[in-house]
Design a protein around this ligand. Structure first.
Ligand code: B3K
Ligand code: ZN
Length: 871
């Protein structure tokens, strides 16, 4: 497969004003008739050739131009295209194709999920349905007619509004849908199945009535309330915060079990992975509830940021994704605790995105080239893209940013545009030159900020010196300085913050140079800086804090995020010292000062249980790995476990008391306060369980048996399953299986607990589970829960010295690539990080990548990741 470059972009030669589609659904031979109104694009170079995309699996049955059959020499069929050699200025084109949904294991285009028809067209799935200019800058008005057996497929859904329906003599029925908003083919969708729906109404800000429907299999009907509430909250929020109103009479969400990603924002007809829409307290953890809420909101927000204004080409993917993630993050912050939300976001960015930025697949937020676009639905495009939009929000302020968003939506409604257009709208409303800021879109890599300071008591002057740099990444060795907001506060010895510019305690410094000095006057005592408050830019910041200073920030900083981060950095330092001790064979011990700090956090925990749960969580193995010079998975795991044991032992009575205090008194509620209580209690339980005392085991077992919700039951399960109590672990796992074997999503969790069990013999356990009846080798959720979880969240077992984990992953990639290339390419991630390990592991990982490469006949997806990793 060739590399495609942004610099080669040219506008489409032909435009499609309308497309009318008729699907005669059949498991193995679905007939698709399309009728297109085509005209030459006045903006493009004149040509008489019309090139349409078409996947090799699509069979061409018939083709007519202005009603006349096309002679065989009037067109060419190649692997990926259908080219009409000589077409007039404007014309009607009719095409009939035949496709096989049952054979579609890639889950792209039209496929079957548990017997129901559904589609996934982003990015390039529409070409697996029919021949069409399958690129986002070709926008057309779609009319869709679905025909299927009435008894097996009573529900027939399409984009837009249903306009007509009827029955045929042969037991089939049909429905016609019209979507009045022009859209690219990637937003097309259809669903046909035996589905039930939860229905509700929403009155928009201008008083229009919208019907809301969420479809699922009958057995899951009781799990739709939470998504419905989330949807209504998101609709209201977008009206209030962005002034954006919904635009069709009906909004539908459909839950499907076989889905490559989380969800898809098809116009008026979102299709969701069941894992991102179904939620019920008995079967879904609090984390699951929050995921559902944020994904429902995310897909809803796309209706404006993505659908009404879409992307010109796929290099602009972050135009819709970065902006929409930023929007869903702000929504979640407004619905719950803003600090907890921010800590979660930064956690993802700083572990997984920074790791991506430091690896062979590193790319700018707006990539300059790709082989397979599916590989670029990345943390960089999504999370770093959101961080870039957030920086604009910070630099411009909320009001000006909102004006910029208004201008962007108004100026580009109905258009396919670029990230430059987005930034231009922000520049126009603010009157600021954002040329340098745009480097965030074109330069990859995580910038480093080196901060030093100087205080002069005589002149009461404090100076901050900031140096920025950015490591080389595959697309560029040398980087130009970034324009970024650095939010800072200055703390007095009593813990309060100095009042700085404009009477505020947080000041925004704008960094534009490679080195800059900022001066603060009238600072009447030596301050302690609180830097990068609220993580104001996606950078790695270095400042020479002492441990005492970090502990001071942890207890006094008014910025909640920085308070948490000070605790993380303090722990991280200790982790690194202990790793060195471990590697040198020295005995490990926790300093008393560290234990004392934790003791005081524990004492204050009841005042803010949500924050306490965050503060009392040690840096994750993934974050420790990302920040390490060289990753030693065994040492990291051992040291973190040692710290957990030591903290559990030395503070046992505090953990136990906190655990008791935060017991569920009055039954389950999904309130933020209750979620915080559960997270703190379950954290305490997890510490107690590492002590391996029978009394604590009894506590966990009792919680497992009596819990009225999945959060508590699952927390008890995982704490026992990963403990040294082998028999109890097996008992609980068996009990959980028999209790929930008919709940597919719960079984994913069951697989995951076992896949992430760090104790010895992990690979053998996973291999056994591959044969278990609840596992399904074709279902992406199952693959992720077992193989994905093992390779990404079970470092000690995956990185076994004998290379067995690497071989296992490569075996499965090779097997999966023929079936579902997108999932195969995604699973590869841990192997792409081979350069971060010591020589012996490097060699083993590299050998497996080479083995995949040598197989040949790889999909473009896997080929791109493997070839870039090896070079
Ligand atoms: N836009 C979809 C992702 C589609 C992935 C295609 N391989 C979900 C989202 O970001 O909202
Ligand atoms: Zn999205």
């Amino acid at each position: 497969k060739p590399t495609i470059y942004l610099k080669d972009y040219t506008p489409p030669s032909f435009l499609i004003d309308t497309i009318s589609l008729r699907f005669e659904l059949d498991e193995t031979a679905t007939r698709v008739k399309s009728q297109l109104q085509v005209r030459r694009n006045p903006q493009a170079a004149v040509t008489r050739q019309l090139q349409l995309h078409g996947h090799e699996s699509v069979e061409l049955c018939e083709i007519k131009l202005n009603g006349a059959h096309l002679a065989a020499d009037a067109y060419q069929r190649e692997a990926e295209f259908l080219t009409l050699l000589d077409v007039p200025e404007s014309f009607e084109l009719e095409i009939e194709t035949c496709i096989n949904p049952e054979a579609n294991t890639a889950l792209e285009g039209l496929y079957l999920s548990d017997g129901m028809y559904c589609t996934q067209c982003e990015a390039e799935g529409f070409r697996r349905i029919t021949f069409y200019p399958d690129r986002p800058d070709v926008m057309s008005v779609f009319t869709t007619t679905l025909v299927a057996d009435a008894s097996r497929f009573p529900v027939l859904l399409g984009n837009g509004n249903p306009v007509q329906r009827g029955e045929l003599d042969d037991g089939r029925h049909w429905v016609t849908w019209v979507d009045p908003f022009p859209k690219p083919a990637y937003l097309f969708a259809l669903v046909a199945g035996d589905l039930q729906c939860l229905e509700d109404q929403f009155t928009t800000c201008s008083g229009r009535q919208v019907t809301l429907q969420i479809y699922a299999e009958a057995k899951d009907l009781e799990k739709l309330d939470h998504a419905m509430t989330a949807l209504k909250n998101a609709m209201r929020w977008d009206e209030e915060v962005y002034g954006r109103e919904y635009d069709l009479d009906i909004y539908m969400i459909v839950a499907v079990d076989f889905f490559n990603m989380g969800a898809m924002e098809n116009k008026g007809l979102n299709i969701f992975n069941t894992a991102c829409v179904l939620a019920h307290p008995r079967t879904t953890t609090d984390a699951g509830f929050q995921r559902v809420e944020s994904v429902v909101a995310h897909e809803y927000f796309h209706n404006w940021s993505g659908n009404r204004v879409t992307c010109r080409d796929w290099f602009q993917l972050s135009l819709k994704e970065g902006f929409t993630v930023f929007r869903d993050q702000c929504f979640s912050a407004d619905m719950h605790s803003a600090v907890v939300q921010r800590v979660d976001e930064v956690g993802i960015l700083r572990t997984a995105q920074f790791a991506e930025d430091a690896g062979p697949m590193a790319h700018p937020v707006r990539p300059a080239s790709f082989i397979e676009i599916s590989n670029f639905y990345t943390l960089t495009v999504y999370e770093k893209g959101a961080a870039v939009v957030r920086m604009l929000h910070t630099l411009l302020g909320a009001d000006v940013f909102r004006k910029g968003a208004d201008l962007y939506f108004e100026r580009h409604d109905g258009q396919a545009v670029t990230t430059d257009d987005f930034v231009q709208a922000m520049a126009d409303v603010s009157g600021r030159d954002l040329t340098q800021f745009k480097r965030w879109y074109s330069q990859a890599g995580t910038p480093r900020l080196k901060v030093s300071d100087h205080y002069d008591a005589a002149s009461q002057r404090y100076q901050l010196n900031v140096q920025q740099s950015c490591p080389a990444t595959p697309e560029a060795q040398q980087k130009l300085p970034f324009h970024l907001p650095l939010s800072v506060g200055l703390l007095r010895a009593d813990g309060s913050s100095f009042v700085l510019k404009d009477g505020k305690t947080t000041q925004l410094l704008e960094l534009t140079e490679a080195e800059q000095t900022f001066v603060f006057d009238s600072i009447d005592e030596a301050p302690l800086p609180s830097l990068l408050r609220d993580f104001s830019a996606p950078v790695k910041l270095v400042y020479g804090y002492t441990d005492e200073q970090l502990a001071f920030l942890l207890s006094h900083d008014e910025d909640g995020f920085n308070r948490w981060d000070a605790g993380q950095q303090l722990s991280l330092r200790l982790v690194n010292r202990l790793i060195a001790d471990y590697q040198q064979g020295k005995p490990l011990s926790l300093p008393d000062t560290f234990v004392a700090t934790w003791q005081s956090v524990l004492q204050q925990a009841p005042q803010d249980p949500a924050m306490a749960a965050l503060l009392l969580t040690l840096p994750s193995e993934a974050y420790i790995s990302e920040t390490a010079e060289q990753i030693d998975p065994l040492a990291i795991h051992h040291v973190r476990h040692f710290m957990r044991c030591a903290l559990a032992e030395q503070l046992e009575s505090s953990w136990l008391e906190l655990c008791r205090q935060h017991d569920s008194q009055s039954g389950y509620t999904a309130s933020a306060a209750d979620m915080a209580r559960r997270s703190l209690r379950n954290l305490c339980l997890s510490y107690l369980m590492v002590l391996e005392s029978p009394a604590h085991l009894a506590l966990a077992q009792q919680q497992f048996e009596t819990a009225d919700n999945m959060t508590d039951q699952f927390a008890a399960l995982i704490s026992v399953a990963h403990s040294g109590f082998r028999d109890s672990a097996d008992e609980l796992l068996a009990e959980f299986l028999s209790q929930w074997q008919h709940e597919s999503l719960v079984m994913n969790q069951w697989l995951m607990v076992q896949a992430t069990d760090p104790r010895e013999g992990g690979l053998a356990r996973v291999q056994q589970l591959l044969e278990h009846p609840v596992y399904d080798a074709r279902n992406p959720n199952k693959i992720r829960s077992l193989i994905g979880a093992f390779c990404q969240q079970n470092a000690v077992n995956f990185h076994a010295q004998d290379g067995s984990g690497y071989r296992f992953l490569a075996d499965h990639i090779l097997q999966l690539d023929a079936q579902n290339p997108q999932i195969a390419a995604r699973l590869l991630t841990p192997l792409t990080r081979w350069r971060r390990y010591a020589a012996d592991r490097q060699a083993l990982m590299q050998a497996q990548l080479q083995r995949i490469m040598d197989k040949g006949q790889l999909s473009g997806d896997v080929y791109e990741v493997v070839s870039k990793s090896l070079c």
